[in-house]
Design a protein around this ligand. Structure first.
Ligand SMILES: [Zn+2]
Length: 177
């Protein structure tokens, strides 16, 4: 079911927590989901699961940005970007950087966006050329990841080929339809 995964699947309890956080986000409770995701990121980091941890820091940053908690959003975005850079996640670096700075500005948190730009702008630039590939013509992602329930946004997933993408949050493979 996971197909060409690039890391071992997450434990069922971890996936359940991610799914619960995503339900909260979908029902406008990003403020409750954000600390769950941040905590989970920290736990996974402690267990050496660097890549999913980095992705969860990114999702926590989005959830804090959605609930207008500027300092927490900035802290989580920093953690995500530092880890994406360290792990050389070439497509995630420019994709997440672009999305989170845009979201911070859209939600009135320009100071945090400016800070990220100052700290990471130059480091992100060399990765711009790796910005995510795109789906084959006529193929679309389902609205949510079938493994963890996260919104499957075309510009946030990691495209494997024209028909399938890797969920940015749980690493499961999402097939287009
Ligand atoms: Zn997923």
């Amino acid at each position: 079911m996971f197909g060409r995964r690039r890391w071992a699947p997450l434990a069922p309890a971890v996936l359940a927590t991610i799914a619960k956080a995503n339900q909260l986000i979908a029902s406008n409770h990003a403020d409750q989901a954000a600390p769950m995701l941040a905590q989970l990121a920290q736990d996974l980091e402690g267990r050496g699961r660097a890549r999913p941890a980095a992705n969860l820091h990114a999702e926590a940053a989005h959830a804090y940005a959605a609930s207008r908690n500027e300092s927490a959003a900035l802290a989580q975005a920093r953690a995500a970007l530092n880890q994406f850079l360290q792990l050389q996640m070439a497509r995630r670096v420019p994709t997440f950087y672009g999305n989170i700075t845009r979201k911070l500005r859209a939600n009135g948190m320009s100071a945090a966006a400016d800070t990220l730009q100052k700290e990471f702008g130059d480091k992100v630039k060399p990765f711009e050329k790796f910005r995510s590939a795109s789906p084959a013509q006529g193929r679309r992602l389902p609205a949510n990841c079938p493994h963890c329930g996260a919104a499957a946004r075309s510009d946030e997933v990691d495209w494997i080929d024209g028909q399938s993408a890797e969920c940015a949050y749980c690493g499961g493979v999402i097939q287009t339809k």
